[in-house]
Design a binder for this molecule. Structure first.
Ligand code: F6P
Length: 532
């Protein structure tokens, strides 16, 4: 494929920004075009998007769609849904979409792509459902087991953030009476905090690690195992207080889990990227919290968004529109970051999840062909739930000197706390988006807000399993779109290896006392922090 910034559409978009959009007055645009809202908003499965307060015109989206075509985005999407090797550096497919595909293909079945699925894909689909049924049966067994009061999920990155954000977001749907704990950091305070609050005989430990080799997870798991044995636990599977009964592993490495002494392992496949794995066995804590039926509803919501992404026409394809908008702000408006403002306490960890999803997927600098990219890629994704952000960083959003697109996420129904609280929450979100656009003049310069600051508004009916599944799948696909425009591999993460290797080297040097070749700062810090 032609590298993105060498395409005709790229040049046209640069011209379009300079000539038509850089000076766009959003308020005037609404006054001049009564159809602006209709043209720049849409209903996708379970998610409504209002894009009309963005620094775009319909012509902008048309040029962005041209860019997508010239960069082969749609073809790359089709290859992904065909089970082809799109994770080129690890020689793998990326079939997280298969994890939520019904056994008969569901909404994808009638598509030409599905009609041509290989036997490998079809076999994988059968394995997905066998594992899903096993996972859900185990979850229901744990839910019924009154002897288990606490579930401790040990994992990090994609083996942590996905399950955590979904468990928290669906708090209103928890009905098993279990207390779920997440331990991810290697800082012993996190595990210690949890172990002081649970009892060995009433706790199930879940060790979640695709590789079953991540240092933090392995150390936490071994420390939890040591604690369990010190509490009277046994390695004898026949004993009630045994590792066998109180530990479960979620991994692609079944033998490694067995060597750890875990006999109950739920597996998944190398074509499931860590940050795309919550739909797999990694979702066990979610299924324990909300039950099998609601976990299937989570999958159904994501599947509906998958079908929308694969089958909807480009102009009404929300993941495509949002992914192209991300390219627009990053490469043409020059915005280095995007602020995520979920106006929902339940979505308080969504930004942390999206940071891994977007920045680990697209924080890269070479194309799939290994060519250096001359243009920036993933924006810095950051943010906090509203209304808290209004009392922290919204000052900068309103009066700072940077262009920072803001993404609001709001719920039409606020669950148990609908009343005054929910109305205040929603009104604040809408008012902030309006304020960013309108700005404020006035005599005193320190009181002026320049306005014309863009935002996207995503709306869910409620924070239920299906809506959440659709929302998360929407984000997965938009990240895919921007990565495909840039021509990068969104499914590997080689950048995280160096730090891991150097940590191992420093620990070896700490033991050996051999510091030759290590810079003075690193050596000095090791001495200050770990020296005698
Ligand atoms: O951050 C690097 C990474 O490999 C992530 O991609 C992954 O989600 C995380 O570490 C945990 O990996 P694992 O599930 O293999 O323990």
């Amino acid at each position: 494929m032609t590298v993105c910034d060498q395409t005709p559409a790229w040049a046209a978009l640069e011209q379009h920004w300079a000539a038509d959009i850089q000076s766009l007055d959003l308020s005037a645009a609404f006054a001049q075009d009564g159809d602006r809202l209709a043209a720049l908003s849409q209903q996708a499965p379970l998610v409504f998007a209002d894009l009309s307060k963005n620094l775009i015109r319909p012509a902008t989206e048309s040029l962005l769609r041209q860019l997508a075509g010239e960069c082969g985005v749609q073809a790359w999407r089709d290859a992904t849904f065909a089970g082809e090797t799109v994770n080129t550096t690890e020689d793998r497919a990326a079939m997280h979409w298969l994890l939520r595909t019904p056994a008969d293909g569901g909404l994808l079945a009638a598509s030409p792509i599905a009609q041509h699925w290989s036997a490998t894909v079809r076999e994988a689909l059968a394995e997905v459902h066998a594992t899903l049924d096993t996972m859900l049966a185990l979850a229901e067994q744990v839910r019924r087991d009154t002897a288990i009061t606490d579930v401790v999920h040990i994992g990090i990155g994609g083996s942590h953030l996905g399950p955590e954000v979904v468990v928290q977001a669906l708090e209103d749907w928890h009905d098993a009476g279990k207390c779920l704990h997440f331990v991810s950091n290697v800082d012993g305070h996190e595990l210690g905090h949890v172990l002081r609050r649970v009892r060995a005989e009433s706790t199930l430990f879940i060790v979640a690690s695709k590789s079953f080799g991540t240092a933090e997870t392995m150390l936490n798991a071994h420390s939890a195992r040591a604690w369990f044995l010190a509490q009277g636990g046994s390695t004898d599977a026949a004993r009630p207080l045994s590792i066998a009964r109180h530990f479960v592993a979620l991994t692609t490495q079944v033998e490694a889990a067995a060597r750890f002494g875990i006999t109950r392992t739920l597996g998944f496949w190398d074509w499931v990227g860590g940050r795309y794995s919550l739909w797999s066995a990694i979702g066990l804590p979610v299924a324990v919290a909300i039950g099998a039926e609601r976990f299937r509803a989570l999958l159904q919501g994501a599947h509906a968004m998958d079908a929308h992404f694969l089958l909807a026409p480009d102009a009404a394809n929300l993941p495509l529109r949002l992914g192209l908008l991300d390219v627009w702000y990053r490469n043409f408006a020059g915005a280095p970051s995007r602020c995520i403002a979920p106006y929902s306490h339940g979505l308080r960890r969504l930004t942390a999840y999206l940071q891994q999803l977007e920045m680990e997927s697209n924080g890269k600098q070479v194309t799939r062909a290994g060519e250096a990219l001359a243009v920036p890629t993933a924006p810095i994704v950051w943010g906090e739930p509203g209304t808290n952000g209004q009392h922290a960083f919204f000052q900068m959003l309103h009066q700072g000197q940077d262009l920072i697109p803001v993404e609001f996420i709001a719920l039409r129904h606020g669950g148990k706390y609908l009343g005054e609280h929910h109305e205040s929450l929603v009104v604040n979100a809408i008012a902030q988006a309006q304020a960013l656009m309108l700005g404020r003049g006035g005599a005193a310069p320190e009181r002026r807000c320049p306005g014309n600051r863009p935002s996207t508004f995503l709306l869910l009916e409620q924070l239920d399993p299906a809506s959440l599944g659709a929302l998360i799948a929407l984000y997965e696909h938009r990240v895919f779109v921007s990565g495909a425009v840039w021509g990068i591999n969104s499914f590997d993460q080689w950048g995280v290896e160096l730090g891991k290797q150097l940590a191992g080297d420093l620990q070896s040097r700490q033991e050996s006392g051999q510091w030759w070749g290590v810079d003075a700062s690193t050596r000095g810090l090791m001495q200050r922090l770990l020296g005698e």
